[in-house]
Ligand binder design. Structure first.
Ligand SMILES: [Zn+2]
Length: 310
């Protein structure tokens, strides 16, 4: 784990931060009547080849530089929505439970100053505490999305990070996470979801549905069979949390699909359907792993998808 000093959380309204390196940051904007915050919950570095699947390195390297271990810099961005039921958090970063070797392999950088991780620091910068969160929604249960669902305390015991929250996830995703095979086991750790089941805070949903007013689960299979995106709607404005359907802005071209995806051809069809809706319905899409760009509207130039200029 890196021990170098990190700056305090950087708070910004709206526009993307002009950052050379990933730093803890919170960006805030209005979506209809909802105030929403993009909280950078940490950094990680994953193998560039695995991040772009069949795309040759000479192509992806033009857009995303690799380090000396062939890894690319990624963020772990959560979305916090100020909703009438209370605070709703979408995904929770990586948490504090993995060991030093793991954090070195994956370039994890998320140690907090006022709490265990950058996520708690981000909440603190908004004058909020984990106890204030009413609902946590997991896009899927991979460690870099659901690791922050639980926290290892000073006593070594692993507990839900958000003691007053209901934790919402797809029933099929939990089943998939509980029955791993040689290919999927490296991504699913029971300590990220079993303590939630044990505490009675788990709420399972099946397929597409409105979870709470204005926040809809939308199945986006491919990365995992029950991966879900979240469509947020308020006063005619729409935002969509893509999670691992298109983890960074470099993943907008349809065939730029991660090697990690268990069903890449299903991802392709899901992307075709979802990105078309994003343009047609003027969604603000949220990029979970992009180190710099939190959100954007999209455009299609007749050939491929890209960030809209405004
Ligand atoms: Zn994933």
């Amino acid at each position: 784990m890196s021990t170098r000093a990190k700056p305090d959380f950087v708070l910004r309204e709206g526009a993307a931060p002009p950052l050379d390196h990933l730093v803890p940051s919170v960006q805030t904007r209005q979506l209809g009547t909802f105030r929403v915050h993009a909280i950078q919950a940490g950094g990680q570095k994953l193998d560039g080849g695995a991040m772009f699947g069949v795309v040759p390195k000479p192509l992806w390297e033009r857009r995303v530089p690799a380090d000396e271990r062939n890894r690319i810099q990624l963020g772990m961005r959560c979305l916090l929505i100020e909703h009438p039921i209370g605070l709703v958090l979408i995904d929770a970063g990586l948490g504090n439970k993995e060991n030093e070797k793991f954090c070195d392999i994956y370039g994890v950088e998320n140690t907090g100053q006022s709490g265990p991780t950058w996520l708690e620091d981000g909440l603190a910068s908004l004058k909020l505490r984990p106890e204030d969160v009413a609902m946590v929604i997991s896009s899927h249960l991979h460690f870099d999305h659901a690791g922050g669902n639980t926290t290892r305390g000073a006593d070594g015991v692993i507990r839900p990070t958000f003691p007053n929250a209901r934790y919402v996830m797809q029933r099929g995703e939990l089943e998939f996470a509980r029955h791993t095979n040689e290919r999927t086991a490296a991504s699913y750790f029971p300590h990220n979801f079993e303590p939630i089941a044990a505490s009675g805070q788990l709420e399972l949903v099946d397929g597409d549905r409105e979870i709470v007013s204005g926040i809809h689960a939308v199945l986006t299979p491919g990365h995992t069979p029950y991966h879900q995106g979240l469509l947020i709607e308020s006063n005619g404005e729409l935002a969509f949390y893509l999670a691992d359907l298109a983890p960074t802005t470099a993943h907008l071209p349809l065939p730029w699909i991660m090697g990690y995806d268990v069903e890449p051809l299903v991802t392709l069809e899901t992307k075709r359907r979802i990105l078309k809706r994003a343009v047609d319905e003027k969604w603000l899409v949220v990029f979970e792993h992009d180190p710099k760009t939190a959100w954007s509207r999209l455009a299609h130039d007749g050939k491929s998808y890209a960030l809209a200029s405004s």
